[in-house]
Write a protein that binds this ligand. Structure first.
Ligand SMILES: [Fe+2]
Length: 249
């Protein structure tokens, strides 16, 4: 498999490019519109054909590149079926393998950050979206977020994967790239060790996080598979502008 972890610095999002060596077919998980030109260059440089964009959930902190990638490359838009996006070409569901070339991803419903959130398992790695992050987890206080559902998604579902499975999150805010199930089970300060549901709910209820500054534009834009609103305030315009070609993590 050809594999790239691609970072978008404005929202600290990791997108993942997975390419099948035999067929050249590729999927881009959680593409960000501001990084689309960089991602397209990478796809072309690797000689891959983008077959799909694939979402873990409806994002609140960036706009997906799904629709623009479709216009540019003919890629199809895959997103969780339960979110019922009219613009999606393929609805992802638990128990239905998602195939791209010779690669088979196993969708895992992991609600908590959003109700329709999915993680994707591919052999020895899991793309954990905003469910399990390195030493953390996604917030649970908007978009039908639910701390109890998050606790179960991580501890009962993701932590039941083999310990050596590598965890590739949708975000990291401190420059970390990858973890493992065993490491998160042992060390995740919110969800690891013997943390009880009550303790986790207490942690999540007391994070005192600010209201996400882009959510009112990102969610409707992403419900349309990636439409930048024409009326973005000046201080948010960079979310829809192509990022510069600086070296990325
Ligand atoms: Fe998110």
């Amino acid at each position: 498999m050809i594999f790239r972890q691609l970072f978008e610095p404005l929202s600290s999002t990791y997108s993942y490019l997975l390419g099948c060596e035999a067929t050249g077919q590729a999927v881009l998980i959680d593409p960000v519109i501001a990084a689309m030109e960089r991602d397209l260059s990478e796809i072309s440089r690797l000689g891959l054909t983008l077959a799909y964009s694939l979402e873990t959930h409806i994002h609140a902190d960036h706009i997906t590149a799904g629709l623009e990638l479709k216009k540019r490359t003919g890629s199809r838009i895959a997103a969780p079926a339960c979110d019922q996006l009219a613009c999606a070409d393929v609805g992802i569901a638990e128990g239905t393998p998602f195939r791209v070339g010779n690669m088979t991803l196993r969708p895992i419903h992991t609600p908590g950050h959003t109700a329709g959130h999915f993680a994707y398992l591919l052999d020895d790695r899991v793309f954990s979206g905003d469910a399990l992050l390195i030493d953390g987890c996604g917030r649970t206080d908007f978009q039908n977020g639910d701390a109890e559902a998050m606790y179960r998604s991580v501890r009962e579902t993701l932590f039941s994967l083999p310990g050596e499975v590598l965890v590739y999150p949708a975000h990291d805010y401190q420059g970390r790239h990858v973890s493992s199930i065993a490491q998160e089970m042992a060390r995740n300060p919110r969800l690891g060790g013997e943390t009880t549901l009550a303790e986790f709910k207490n942690i999540m209820a007391n994070l005192n996080l600010p209201y996400p500054k882009f959510i009112d534009f990102a969610v409707p834009g992403n419900q349309r598979c990636g439409v930048c609103p024409p009326d973005l305030p000046e201080n948010l315009k960079e979310y829809c502008r192509q990022m510069s070609d600086s070296p990325q993590g």
